[in-house]
Design a protein around this ligand. Structure first.
Ligand SMILES: [Cu+2]
Length: 163
C-alpha cells in the first residue's frame, strides 16, 4: 500500500476521487470494466460485389459515467466508420461522426436511417444468416468483440421521417 500513499501525496486536488477510481480499477478485472451492454446487433446483407454495408446495434450504458464508442473494426471490411444521417437541403445524407457518446444510463439505438456503423471495403459477401465479427472500442479503454448476424435490412429511407 506504500505506493498508493505516494500516489495520494503527489496528486493535487481530487486525490480521494482519484484514489477511489484507482482502487475500483484494481478491484475489477479489465473484462468487468465494460459499462456498455450491447444487444440487437445485425449487419445488412448485400449482394456480392457491393463495396459497403452497415451494422446496427443497441448500446446501453449501465454506469453513471459518460462513455463513448470511439471506433470499431471487423475482419469483414477494410474500415468501419461511425456514421449518422441528417437532412441537408431536404435530402437525407450520411456522414462520419467522431464518436457516439452515451451519457450515464443512456441507451442509444443504431438503426437504419439514423446512427450506424459503416462497413467500408467489404472483403467478403454478406450473406443472410451468416455472421461477421465486430470489435467495439470504448473511451474507457474497454473493447467488446461481437458476432453480428447478417440480416435482410430495408434501405435507410422510409423510416423515421417525423419532420
Ligand atoms: Cu454510412
Amino acid at each position: 500500500m506504500k505506493w498508493l500513499l505516494k500516489f495520494v501525496n503527489y496528486s493535487n486536488g481530487n486525490s480521494m476521487k482519484k484514489l477511489i477510481t484507482l482502487l475500483t480499477a484494481l478491484t475489477l478485472s479489465s473484462a468487468a470494466m465494460a459499462d456498455v451492454q450491447v444487444s440487437d446487433s445485425y449487419a445488412r446483407a448485400v449482394p456480392p460485389g457491393q463495396p459497403n454495408s452497415a451494422a446496427f446495434l443497441t448500446l446501453k450504458n449501465t454506469s453513471d459515467e459518460q462513455v463513448a464508442l470511439q471506433s470499431a473494426s471487423s475482419s469483414a471490411a477494410d474500415v468501419v466508420e461511425l456514421h449518422t444521417h441528417s437532412h441537408v437541403d431536404g435530402v437525407m445524407q450520411m456522414h462520419k461522426v467522431p464518436r457516439i457518446t452515451l451519457n450515464g444510463n443512456e441507451t442509444v439505438v443504431l438503426e437504419p436511417g439514423g446512427l450506424h456503423m459503416m462497413l467500408i471495403g467489404l472483403n467478403q459477401s454478406l450473406i443472410t444468416g451468416e455472421q461477421i465479427d465486430l470489435t467495439l472500442n470504448f473511451s474507457d479503454g474497454s473493447t467488446q468483440t461481437l458476432n453480428v448476424e447478417i440480416k435482410d435490412v430495408m434501405a435507410a429511407m422510409g423510416k423515421k421521417h417525423h419532420h
